[in-house]
Design a protein around this ligand. Structure first.
Ligand code: HGY
Ligand code: MN
Ligand code: MN
Length: 428
């Protein structure tokens, strides 16, 4: 006798519609769409709010109930047959300043596609199924990253997030209040509600699956991340009249420190990847010695001890730079490595393998995530795991971000399969 859950899961998998998925990805990408094919849709901008409204309309057309919480996380809920905690999927729709069509957006649209497939297959699940669009996952406009999922899991953090400012001095709290004021037609949900499980569908954003020639990956965990803001303060002075030995050149100090930090980076398991992505030079003039240089540091490693070591190195190097000016180091974000529960990873793996086999593809492989995701906070709240599809040339956070449409559909099929198994109450 076929496991009824498996039978329903197969029917949900088969009901995923390739063209419908592609159409929603393409339509969502028009909100902030760019000439170069990328997307600029930073969090809580007008274009982000318009994209949210598009998704609300799509979710309502699928028969979902739509709700919002105090951090403007959006919930698209398909009722279950019992009043049980929801099985949840989703991701984020905010992008990098110049991002792609898929980072985050694919997980939200893939979740809506799973709901559409359940509707088409006439399947009722015991647990409600919810798709979430988490607020401000990227953290590039307002730091830190993954604010919405972090506030959901740890509501006390929201007050501090409200003070975060973007490059033009806009506070997150004001952008949030504006977004909530435009969503008064939606039901309200509390933060930190009980959830049965969370499964996030996302592009890998790296080269591993493509190099392995595989369309699906089951994610076992997420490496740790730490962000710092480093401010070198010297003295602005005339480029022509100031002798070299009398300068407090903030640019020179910042470059010296940057070189030392890059020398700490590498690809060994206990060596962090280091990125100095944002630089602000003041007064930023061709013929004035830089008085102040602020740069960001993004350090990633699966080994928490290596991140600790890197932080100690950064603080010592800043202290011992040996120049006339000062250096301030501020830690603005930190999240320890995440390990997803093995039994849920196995359950997701079975769904991925069932879908892969049915489509004539090899079994999915296990891999850890180099990028962070909202799942790293949900993993503190309920059993959580992720499904990856490959990224073309391993590129992301770039307008060229792309994934083979066949793999995008396979990922949505695996998600529909897994949500149905979990929605029927199968526990990992
Ligand atoms: O930075 C990250 O890892 C994520 O893509 N926001
Ligand atoms: Mn993402
Ligand atoms: Mn991203």
């Amino acid at each position: 006798m076929i496991n009824p859950h498996a039978d329903a899961a197969v029917r949900a998998d088969r009901a995923v519609d390739h063209d419908r998925l592609q159409a929603r990805i393409a339509t969502l990408a028009t909100y902030g769409g760019r000439e170069d094919g990328g997307v600029s849709r930073e969090t809580l901008t007008d274009v982000d709010r318009a994209a949210r409204r598009y998704l609300v309309d799509e979710a309502l057309s699928l028969g979902c109930e739509v709700a919002i919480d105090d951090c403007a996380n959006l919930y698209f809920r398909r009722a279950g047959t019992e009043d049980l905690p929801p099985v949840v999927t989703g991701s984020h729709i905010d992008t990098q300043p110049i991002g792609g069509k898929l980072d985050g957006a694919y997980g939200v649209v893939g979740g809506l596609e799973a709901i559409a497939a359940l509707n088409d297959a006439g399947i009722r699940t015991r647990h409600p199924i919810e798709v979430v669009a988490w607020t401000n996952e990227e953290g590039c406009r307002f730091g830190p990253g993954a604010m919405g999922s972090s506030a959901f899991v740890e509501p006390a953090g929201l007050a501090g997030f409200r003070q975060s400012e973007d490059g033009r001095g806009v506070r997150f709290g004001d952008a949030l209040d504006r977004t909530l004021s435009e969503a008064r037609d939606l039901a309200h949900r509390p933060l930190a509600r009980p959830l049965a499980a969370y499964v996030e569908l996302h592009i890998e954003q790296g080269p591993v699956l493509e190099q392995a020639g595989l369309p699906l990956g089951v994610v076992t965990g997420i490496q740790g991340v730490r962000w710092y803001r480093v401010t070198c303060t010297g003295q602005a002075a005339h480029a022509g009249t100031t002798p070299m030995d009398r300068r407090a050149d903030a640019m020179l100090a910042a470059m010296d420190l940057a070189r030392q930090l890059h020398a700490q980076a590498g690809e060994a398991a206990d060596t962090p990847r280091v990125t100095l992505g944002r630089w602000l030079v003041e007064p930023n003039s061709v013929n004035t010695i830089a008085g102040k240089v602020t740069f960001t540091v993004d350090a990633r490693c699966p080994d928490e001890g290596a991140l600790e070591h890197f932080e100690a190195f950064l603080e010592a190097a800043a202290r011992d730079l040996g120049w006339r000016g000062t250096v301030e180091v501020e830690n603005v974000f930190r999240k320890s490595p995440t390990i997803f529960p093995a039994d849920l990873v196995e359950l997701i793996g079975r769904s991925c393998d069932a879908v892969s086999a049915a489509a004539g593809h090899p079994a999915a492989r296990r891999l850890s995530s180099g990028a962070f995701h909202d799942a790293m906070y949900l993993a503190q709240h309920c059993p959580s795991a992720m499904i990856f599809v490959p990224s073309k040339d391993g590129i992301s956070h770039n307008a060229a971000e792309a994934t083979d449409p066949v793999a995008l559909t396979l990922g949505a099929r695996a998600l529909a399969h897994a949500l149905t198994v979990l929605g029927q109450g199968t526990r990992p």
